[in-house]
Design a protein around this ligand. Structure first.
Ligand code: GDP
Length: 459
């Protein structure tokens, strides 16, 4: 499936660093290394041991010029990243040194690796499946702890394991349907048909759960925008400060002091949120404040979630009522602030008026109710606080699962309508193909090309 040549690349980012690594993989990796690497003493004559670090120099075999002092390791097949013989040269971390050593290996017959070619070889040699290979990109690109955790799970084969369980369930159904094709006298009885349809439906639901987890993964990767809104002086800036745990925004008793939209980020148990503290929304003649109110309205429109703050120490005003009616149409968390003061707001009436919208009572000043606010906000953002068993983070996987679920639904319909077994079998085969695409049991060069071209060279 690929040319069995020896590839080489610089595996570390180009720039100044403590060390840089030039990596070789393929049948001639060790042969090339031997021609350029010299270690002190007699060990140069001996065969280098696998998975050991050797100290020595890299020399140009044409003129004996020393290029660098290095550590070198040979990892013989199959116990290496690619499953082939791999050599790593750990040299001093300068772009020029790395390039010269790489150049030397190329002049001795290695080929410069393409993007992701080491990982592609690991896949083609059966060291890892496709889902695991894709997780390598996510590992490298992870920006949040949670993203990293999800990528690690996938790299360790967590997703592949689930897909395999689903595939086995599908194969069991397929065997029963195909038995009816091979032995036509054993036509699928009506009862058996019903039972099979139920099994297909159950499998479809399991796949749907996995598909839903994609949104969960996406939220953890990309986060959500939360707009803190409310009329002036209800405590929006105080709430932002309380959530950040620091005095980020100036808090004053003068209404209309927050004019710009202030943006800050927090993570709630790994979930990244961008908080927008907006100018209080009210009618105003102040030109500057008018602009602030306009910006607030724009943020209100584009936020994923609204945190509507009401002042518990005052009764409802017209501006509050206007925002409450907006909140009913949006994903909103109602925050009744200033609960350290005597209650003047009719909370029961607000609850009755906003049925279904979660409501928390806090005092930003005293720090009361904040843990509950965070849990409620997180739950509102995710739709649930219970985590799916495995999280899909890759659009390709999601698309394959959607295709699988559709093919299954089709199989269920044809089976239910009494169609011949071979028609049902075709739909089931399609569902099976979709599942196998995820781990790469079936797949085209085209798909591989698309996946590995996203990698950096040297990985
Ligand atoms: P914003 O205009 O909605 O951003 O409101 P601020 O955060 O600037 O707060 C307005 C006023 O309310 C300030 O004087 C705050 O000290 C006060 N405030 C905010 N939160 C609380 C609270 O929980 N309890 C009490 N008693 N006062 C608060």
């Amino acid at each position: 499936m690929y040319a069995e040549d020896t590839i080489a690349a610089i595996a570390t980012p180009l720039g100044e660093g403590g060390i840089g690594i030039v990596r070789l993989s393929g049948p001639d990796a060790e042969g090339i290394a031997k021609r350029i690497f010299h270690c002190r003493g007699p060990s140069n004559e001996r065969k280098l041991k696998s998975h050991m670090l050797y100290h020595g120099t890299i020399r140009d075999p044409r003129n004996g010029v020393i290029l660098d002092e290095v550590l070198l390791t040979v990892m013989r097949a199959p116990r290496s990243y690619t499953g082939e013989d791999v050599v790593e040269v750990h040299c001093h971390g300068g772009a020029l040194i790395c390039r010269r050593i790489l150049g030397l290996t190329l002049s001795l017959g290695a080929r410069h690796a393409g993007p992701g070619e080491f990982t592609k070889r690991a896949f083609l040699n059966g060291r890892i499946d496709l889902a695991q290979a894709e997780a390598v990109i996510d590992l490298i690109r992870a920006r949040t702890e949670r993203g990293l955790e999800l990528a690690l799970n996938q790299a360790r084969g967590e997703l592949s394991k689930w897909v395999e369980i689903l595939r086995q369930e599908l194969l069991e159904i397929l065997v029963q349907v195909e038995a009816a094709i091979d032995f036509p006298e054993e036509e699928i009885e009506l009862l058996q048909r019903r039972e099979l349809v139920r099994k297909i439906e159950r499998l479809g639901e399991e796949i749907a759960l996995l598909i839903d987890s994609y949104r969960w993964g996406q939220l953890f990767r990309e986060g959500l925008h939360v707009c803190i809104c409310g009329r002036p002086n209800v405590g929006k800036s105080s709430l932002l400060n309380a959530l950040l745990g620091e005095a980020r925004v100036i808090v004053t008793a003068i209404p209309g002091t927050t004019r710009d939209v202030i943006e800050e980020s927090i993570t709630l148990d790994g979930l990244p949120l961008t908080l927008w503290d907006t100018a209080g929304i009210r009618q105003t003649e102040d030109e500057l404040e008018k602009i602030g109110v306009g910006l607030s309205r724009q943020r209100l429109e584009s936020a994923d979630i609204l945190m509507l703050v009401l002042d518990g120490a005052e009764g409802l005003r017209d501006e509050d009522a206007e925002l409450i009616s907006l909140a009913r149409k949006r994903k909103t968390l109602l925050v009744i602030n200033k609960r350290d003061l005597p209650l003047a707001l009719d909370i029961d009436a607000v609850r009755a008026d906003t049925a279904g919208i979660p409501l928390v009572e806090v005092s930003c000043k005293e720090g009361i109710g904040l843990p509950e606010l965070k849990t409620t906000l997180r739950k509102l953002a995710l739709g649930t606080n219970s985590e799916p068993p495995v999280v899909i983070t890759n659009e390709r996987h999601r698309a394959a699962l959607v295709k699988g679920r559709e093919a299954l639904a089709q199989a269920g319909r044809t089976l239910g309508s009494g169609a011949p077994a071979d028609i049902v079998s075709l739909d089931l085969q399609e569902a099976r193909g979709a599942l196998e695409e995820i781990v790469g049991t079936v797949g085209s060069e085209d798909i591989l090309e698309r996946i590995f071209s996203q990698f950096c060279i040297g990985k």
